[in-house]
Design a protein around this ligand. Structure first.
Ligand SMILES: Cc1ncc(C[n+]2csc(CCOP(=O)(O)OP(=O)(O)O)c2C)c(N)n1
Ligand SMILES: [Mg+2]
Length: 201
């Protein structure tokens, strides 16, 4: 099946559905594209550590759940934009997420079947179905979006939710992020602190 959705368009459609959710975004062009669409202090652009967006999202989701447990409020959700190459590099993360079962985590894999940010060399996502992997790992909710993105389903499902978001290979022509990594981290942490781990719906 031919996919006809650019990653930047998928990102734009998904963030349009977001409200108070915190976002962790994968290294390289996904972060640059997100920054270009709309910068937000709720977004953590993960600039260095390929493979670790899902792990960072898991840690954040768990700490929010711990805080929410104390106050009895609704936990704020965490949305991770990951890549097929990155999730395949850190497959253990799927198992850890599934075992920890954070109800407030949505892990979106932007599946372009290649290492898009470094020249689109093929990944094994050509040969291995990522949504099957997530099901086998034990994710309670697994969604596959091709062209039509029904992201409400992900927001309304009990997590952890795995989304395989099929997108075109290729990157948008967008500049680098002109924020220092420290600034990205600092303002993101402030956003979390200011909202007292933001126990909002
Ligand atoms: C450990 C490590 N290996 C390689 C890189 C170089 N690198 C940065 S982004 C990237 C491609 C990521 O591919 P994918 O997760 O599929 O995301 P896409 O760019 O396709 O959206 C690579 C190989 C790196 N930063 N760290
Ligand atoms: Mg990719």
């Amino acid at each position: 099946m031919v996919i006809d959705l650019d990653r930047i368009k998928a990102l734009a459609q998904i963030i349009d559905e977001l409200d108070e959710e915190l976002v962790i975004c994968n290294i390289g062009f996904p972060s640059r594209e997100l920054y270009q669409i709309q910068d937000n202090v709720k977004y953590f652009y993960m600039l260095g550590s390929m493979g670790l967006a899902s792990s960072i999202g898991l840690g954040l989701a768990i700490s929010i759940l711990n805080e929410a447990g104390k106050s009895g409020e609704n936990p704020r959700k965490v949305v991770v934009f990951d890549g097929d190459g990155s999730i395949l590099m850190n497959l253990g993360s799927l198992i850890t997420i599934s075992a920890q079962k954070p109800s407030n985590l949505i892990l979106i894999t932007l599946d372009n079947k290649c290492y898009g940010s470094t020249g689109c060399q093929s990944t094994y996502s050509e040969k291995v179905n990522l949504s099957d992997l997530a099901r086998v790992a034990g994710f309670p909710t697994v969604l596959v979006f091709e062209e039509k993105i029904e992201f409400k389903k992900a927001l309304e499902s009990k997590g952890p939710v795995f989304v395989q978001m099929k997108v075109n290979p290729g990157n948008a022509d967008v500049p680098i992020i002109d924020l220092e990594p420290e600034e990205i981290k600092y303002r993101f942490m402030q956003e979390i602190k200011n909202s007292k781990l933001a126990l909002k719906k």
